[in-house]
Design a protein around this ligand. Structure first.
Ligand code: BEZ
Ligand code: FE
Length: 284
């Protein structure tokens, strides 16, 4: 007998339409999506008006997306979804450096620089020496590790947000470790900044009584052959937004010391060691 759609049997009605020969993973994921989505709508007793505002919100989110702006990722970030997917897919052994959110401002192909070189090209901000080692879980230095770094400038903007104001590749660079596994570069002590909040996600944050700020951080991607890639930040320890990061990226192990330098070439020094996990599947 044909099963028509009813409130009670809504999940079975929709999931029952899937063809028998589809991809098994697509079946698994879509079955769960429909199950949980319908359960949510039933539990929340979503009104017609609420449904219309969600459709309107998602429409505006799509409209603002462009080559330079990905509002859906920002939505995922601010709802904690990006960090949750990242956590599930990057479980590591204790002691290995943890991942955090990539963010929209990474640019592939940043200039390779010599150890100790300065990445700040606009001359602004408080200078900071970033240094440490890239090691494996036994503490052995990793040679040939690639460290890709980027940060905002002293005014809280990435170079790509201000292409007519900042020099290209300002506060970006890549470094390759030698046999000692050591890295060092000069940048600035990063500052906190708001995520792009002039679109639907910004409106959502306002509506929820949330601010759009991220605590100050330096971004890193650390890669080495045979090891899991680490996409992470180091955070400035005294930042007032550490406990309310708009995208939930803060982890206690990623808060780095920022020490005042009394007699040196930079105003600050921030030591941090990266510990890489061997490349093995950690998914169970
Ligand atoms: C960032 O840290 O660059 C970032 C991360 C998520 C959303 C917006 C910005
Ligand atoms: Fe950032």
């Amino acid at each position: 007998m044909t099963k028509y759609f009813t409130e009670e049997a809504s999940v079975e009605a929709v999931n029952g339409r899937m063809a028998a020969n589809i991809d098994p993973r697509a079946r698994e994921v879509m079955t769960l999506l429909v199950k949980h989505l319908h359960a949510f709508i039933k539990e929340a007793q979503i009104s017609q008006q609420e449904w219309e505002s969600v459709v309107g919100f998602l429409t505006e989110t799509g409209k603002i997306c462009s080559q330079e702006r990905q509002e859906f990722i920002l939505l995922s970030d601010t709802l904690g979804v990006s960090m949750l997917v990242d956590a599930i897919n990057n479980r590591r052994q204790p002691g290995a450096t943890e991942n955090t959110v990539l963010g929209p401002f990474h640019v592939a192909g940043a200039p390779g620089r010599a150890m100790g070189e300065c990445i700040t090209l606009d001359g602004k901000g408080e200078s900071c020496l970033f240094e440490g080692t890239v090691v494996d879980l036994d503490g052995h230095p990793i040679e040939g590790a690639i460290i890709d770094v980027w940060s905002d400038n002293a005014e809280g903007f990435y170079d790509v947000q201000q292409p007519d104001i900042q020099p290209k590749w300002n506060n970006r660079g890549t470094f390759v470790t030698g046999a000692d596994g050591r890295y060092s570069f000069v940048g600035i002590k990063p500052v906190s900044y708001p995520i792009p909040d002039d679109g639907p996600v910004g409106q959502m944050l306002k509506y929820l009584g949330r601010h759009p700020y991220r605590p100050a951080h330096m971004h890193y991607i650390v890669m080495a052959t045979g090891f899991q890639k680490v996409v992470t930040h180091t955070f400035v320890g005294d930042d007032s937004y550490l406990s309310s990061d708009a995208v939930f990226g803060v982890k206690a192990t990623l808060i780095a010391p920022y020490q005042r330098v009394v007699d040196g070439d930079t105003e600050w020094r921030s030591p941090f060691n990266f510990v890489l996990n061997l490349l093995v599947s950690t998914r169970n």
